[in-house]
Design a protein around this ligand. Structure first.
Ligand code: KG4
Ligand code: ZN
Length: 362
C-alpha cells in the first residue's frame, strides 16, 4: 500500500511518499520547504504569509515528484486539522484536485494523530507494544494520550471513569477526548490549560533576543551554561493537578530577565543568556518528563512515547531514558529522526495508511 501525503498546516510545506509492506512503514521520499526564514523577521508565524508561501511552494515540490510515481499511489492523505485555516485549505485543495483527476481515494488526517503515529516512521508496527501513553508536545499542543489497540485485551478499567470526570471538569465533548483510527483508540487524558511547551520555548527565546522558532536555539545555548543561583518554577509537579500550565513559567522568565537587566544597567551578556536558557530549559524538561512518568504510574501503563517538535530536545529524551528503570518503563518510543519530530508529510502518510488498513493489518 502506497500513499502521497500533503502537509501545509503551519509553516512547513511538505510532500512525502510512504509505502507499507509486511507491517513496515518505509519513508520512500520526503520533500520539505521550511518557511522559517520568511517568518523569522516578524518573530512569529504570520498566517496570511504562510498560506501564500504554501500556495507557491507546494507546486514546486509537486514538480519534483514524477507524475508516474503519483499515479502508483493508492490514495492521497492530507492534514485536515488543526492548523492555520487558509494554510490547511491549500493542502486540501491540492489533495482534492489530485484525487479527482487521478481517481485516487482521499484520506484527511488529524495533526495530533499523525504526531502520535510518527513513532512508526521507518518502523515495523509489530515492534510497538500497546497500550502506550504518548506526550505530544509542540508549538501548539501539549497533551497526554493513551493509545490502545482494541484488538488486544487492554483492561484499563480506570479509563472510562476518568474520561467521564474529564468531561465534567473541563466541559469537553466526547469527540475531543476519544478518537478512533483503524484498531487504535486514542484517549486524551491530560493537557495544558494555557501555553504549550514549544510555545514558551519560542516566547522566552524571543525575550532573549532570538528569532522564531526558539526551541533549538535555547537547547544549543543551554549547553554553554555555568552555575548561577536561581531557578524557575516547576508548575503543578507536587500538587494533585495532572494537567499542564506554562504561563507562570513564561512570566517568571520575563521577570528574571528584566531584573537582571536592571541590575546590570545594560543588555544581558552572553554567559547570562546561556544560564537563563539552561535554567528555563531545565524547568520545562523536568515538568514534561515527570508528568509523562506520573501518567504511566497513574494508569499502570509501562510503554510511553514522546512526539511533536519538542521531542527533538535531547535533554528531555536523556532524562526519560535515565529514569525509565526507576519508573518501571518497558518501552520508550520516540521518532527515529529529529525530522520526524517536527511537522512534515511523512507522518501524515503513516497515519493515512493506518486509516486505510483493514482490521487485520492488510
Ligand atoms: O510539531 P512542530 O514542528 O509544530 C507544531 O505542531 O507546533 O513543533 C514546533 C515546536 C516549536 O515551538 C519549536 O520551538 C519546538 O517545536 N522545538 C524544540 C526543539 N526543536 C523544535 N523545542 C525544544 N528543543 C528542541 N530541540
Ligand atoms: Zn505539529
Amino acid at each position: 500500500m502506497k500513499t502521497l501525503a500533503i502537509e501545509t498546516s503551519c509553516d512547513d510545506t511538505s510532500l512525502a511518499i510512504i509505502s507499507y509492506k509486511n507491517w513496515f512503514f518505509d519513508v520512500e521520499k520526503i520533500l520539505l520547504h521550511s518557511q522559517i526564514a520568511e517568518h523569522t523577521k516578524f518573530g512569529w508565524v504570520i498566517p496570511e504569509l504562510a498560506s501564500r508561501l504554501h500556495e507557491s511552494k507546494v507546486i514546486d515540490l509537486l514538480d519534483e515528484i514524477w507524475i508516474e510515481e503519483i499515479k502508483k499511489v493508492d490514495f492521497i492523505s492530507y492534514t485536515c486539522c488543526p492548523g492555520l485555516p487558509w494554510s490547511l485549505l491549500v493542502g486540501r485543495t491540492l489533495a482534492n484536485t489530485l484525487s479527482l483527476f487521478l481517481e485516487k481515494k482521499l484520506t484527511p488526517v488529524h495533526h495530533i494523530n499523525w504526531h502520535i503515529l510518527s513513532i512508526l516512521c521507518d518502523e515495523n508496527i509489530n515492534n510497538i507494544q500497546f497500550p502506550f501513553i504518548a506526550l505530544t508536545v509542540s508549538g501548539w499542543h501539549n497533551n497526554l494520550y493513551i493509545i490502545e489497540n482494541t484488538k488486544e485485551e487492554n483492561n484499563i478499567d480506570e479509563l472510562a471513569s476518568y474520561t467521564e470526570q474529564l468531561q465534567n471538569n473541563y466541559s469537553l465533548n466526547q469527540d475531543d477526548i476519544i478518537t478512533k483510527i483503524w484498531n487504535l483508540k486514542i484517549t486524551k487524558i491530560w493537557f495544558t490549560l494555557d501555553d504549550a511547551a514549544g510555545e514558551v520555548f519560542d516566547k522566552v527565546s524571543r525575550m532573549l533576543g532570538w528569532p522564531y522558532p526558539g526551541g533549538k536555539r535555547i537547547w544549543d545555548k543551554a549547553k554553554l551554561w555555568k552555575k548561577m543561583n536561581f531557578d524557575f518554577p516547576r508548575i503543578w509537579l507536587k500538587k494533585k493537578e495532572f494537567n499542564f500550565s506554562f504561563s507562570w513559567l513564561k512570566a517568571s522568565a520575563n521577570y528574571k530577565i528584566q531584573e537582571i537587566k536592571k541590575e546590570m544597567w545594560e543588555d544581558l551578556d552572553e554567559q547570562t543568556i546561556c544560564n537563563i536558557a539552561y535554567e528555563f530549559e531545565q524547568a520545562v524538561v523536568e515538568t514534561l518528563w515527570k508528568k509523562l512518568l506520573k501518567a504511566s504510574k497513574h494508569f499502570w501503563i509501562e510503554n510511553i512515547a514522546l512526539v511533536g517538535g519538542v521531542s527533538a530536545n535531547e535533554e528531555l529524551k536523556i532524562f526519560i531514558i535515565n529514569h525509565k528503570e526507576k519508573f518501571k518503563i518497558k518501552n520508550f518510543y520516540t521518532p527515529k529522526k529529529n525530522l520526524y519530530s517536527t511537522d512534515n508529510a511523512a507522518m501524515i502518510w503513516v497515519a493515512g495508511i493506518i486509516e486505510n488498513l483493514d482490521s487485520n493489518n492488510k
